[in-house]
Design a protein around this ligand. Structure first.
Ligand SMILES: [Zn+2]
Ligand SMILES: [Zn+2]
Length: 139
């Protein structure tokens, strides 16, 4: 039941905006220690999209990417710090579900990197859990 609608989102201060031509794909909760620190939360939730479906609609130069040596990174607003996207080698590869505005017609399907989950957080749903990133899942 995925639709080809335009999905819009943006950061807390409103300066950074993006659009995705739906559908959103493969949403997950990532419990890795990097996401935890980067978001300042127990886990972070991302969704993918079809190739070429994502574009920034605000002016350039308002975001910054922090990248780990492995090439995985996060794109956030220079002004308010909202984490808007996950990146791979500098390219936006997933969107943070929390920055999407309006209805989201996808639900997270799995927990990944539960091997490094915060000890103070308990997973209380029945979604599949993976110690790391499952093979064949590019999230
Ligand atoms: Zn902002
Ligand atoms: Zn992560």
């Amino acid at each position: 039941m995925s639709t080809k609608r335009i999905i819009k989102g943006g950061c807390l201060c409103g300066k950074v905006r993006y659009e995705i031509i739906g559908p959103l794909l493969d949403a997950d909760h990532c419990h890795c220690s990097l996401c935890r620190k980067q978001h300042g939360a127990a886990f972070s939730t991302y969704a993918g999209f079809n190739s070429g479906a994502f574009k920034w609609t605000s002016e350039e130069g308002l975001t910054k990417v922090y990248e780990t040596p492995s090439g995985d990174g996060w794109c956030f607003c220079n002004e308010c710090g909202s984490t808007l996207a996950g990146t791979e080698k500098g390219k936006v590869s997933s969107i943070t579900l929390g920055t999407i505005e309006g209805d989201v017609d996808i639900k997270p399907e799995l927990h990944i990197f539960v091997g490094s989950k915060a000890q103070w957080f308990e997973i209380n749903d029945d979604l599949p859990q993976f110690e790391q990133r499952p093979v064949n899942k590019d999230l």
